[in-house]
Design a protein around this ligand. Structure first.
Ligand code: SF4
Length: 81
């Protein structure tokens, strides 16, 4: 799944996004509420908050490598590493 804002895009591996534990972990980790847990337990990306990303990396630290990608659209889509 991927949601694009104006400055930031968030991409999460589709299979991993169905994992309720990961959804809860990311929802708790992000300080600006970019992640939420849907009714079925899976991950949702909150489109209206995507551009609020503060590049804190907490979502990257809370997930396996490559599962979550934060793309800086203002920098030609460079990945937050
Ligand atoms: S880098 Fe920080 S603010 Fe941005 S999506 Fe990840 S946890 Fe949220």
């Amino acid at each position: 799944m991927r949601v694009d804002g104006t400055f930031i895009a968030i991409e999460v591996d589709d299979e991993a996004a169905e994992d309720a534990d990961l959804a809860r972990t990311l929802t708790e980790a992000c300080p600006v509420d970019i992640f939420a847990q849907g009714d079925a337990g899976g991950l949702e990306i909150v489109e209206r908050n995507v551009d609020e990303c503060v590049l804190c990396r907490l979502c990257l630290d809370a997930s396996a490598p490559g599962v979550v990608k934060v793309l800086k659209l203002y920098d030609d889509g460079a990945l937050l590493a």
